[in-house]
Write a protein that binds this ligand. Structure first.
Ligand SMILES: [Zn+2]
Ligand SMILES: [Zn+2]
Length: 229
């Protein structure tokens, strides 16, 4: 990921821990980073899902789930939520709010024409979740294992055995790296605090990036111009 798209107010990706309170002057209808917000595109791998992006946003800035779901479109009820599908989300609005490149956001959402080919529930790799990553490819029926360590993708919470609908709502977005039903962590530990060095090993990041590009580049139109949004 190129640092040129960094939207952080800092030049270096800051080491940080989740603050105990929102650091934004937050308008419920509009994310207004009057004081600046913390986010660095280097925290993202190619194909990072919108849920993963929003979890990083939530944790880094102490934002509640309902405020982030509202970024999906002004008419979306944050508790009912919206499918993480490209034609269901207001991408222009989202891009303006998160200040991320259009191609990153497009790639983070499921393809509109492929309804029925995605798991309707959140599906994850335990190892990747412990390192703060969830890929859009993990939601696809055609994918069985994580490309990094070949771990089996799972849908059930290890604690309560429940599955969580893969819908962008206040419940899912407001539970970073945890089961939205019981609150237990999906992995043994939560991801480390964001630091200047990525938590995931380089060979695993390469394997994930390569797999995403091989599998998805064509359908995600990754070369199209951001100005199309
Ligand atoms: Zn993994
Ligand atoms: Zn659970």
């Amino acid at each position: 990921m190129q640092p040129a798209v960094c939207s952080s107010t800092h030049k270096e990706a800051p080491a940080l821990i989740a603050p105990r309170f929102p650091i934004l002057n937050l308008d419920e209808r509009r994310l207004t980073p009057a004081l600046g917000f913390i986010f660095d595109a280097r925290w993202l791998l190619p194909g990072e899902s919108i849920v993963s992006i929003l979890w990083k946003f939530a944790r880094a800035n102490g934002l509640p789930g309902h405020a982030l779901v509202r970024l999906m479109g002004v008419d979306i009820d944050p508790y009912e939520g919206v499918e993480p599908i490209r034609d269901a989300v207001d991408l222009k609005h989202l891009r303006r709010m998160l200040l991320l490149p259009g191609k990153v956001l497009r790639a983070s959402l499921l393809e509109s024409g492929q309804r029925g080919r995605h798991h309707p529930v959140f599906r994850y790799c335990r190892q990747c979740t412990s390192l703060g990553h969830h890929s859009v490819t993990y939601q696809m029926f055609s994918e069985r294992r994580c490309p990094a360590r070949r771990q089996k993708l799972e849908t059930k919470c290890q604690h309560c055995g429940q599955e969580t609908p893969y819908i962008l709502n206040a419940s899912l977005v407001g539970s970073p790296y945890r089961c939205a039903r019981c609150g237990a962590l999906y992995a043994i530990r939560s991801p480390p605090a964001f630091a200047t060095k990525p938590a995931m090993r380089k060979e695993h990041r390469i394997a994930i990036a390569r797999h995403f590009h091989n599998r998805m580049a064509g359908s995600f139109c990754l070369d199209s111009d951001d100005h199309d949004l």
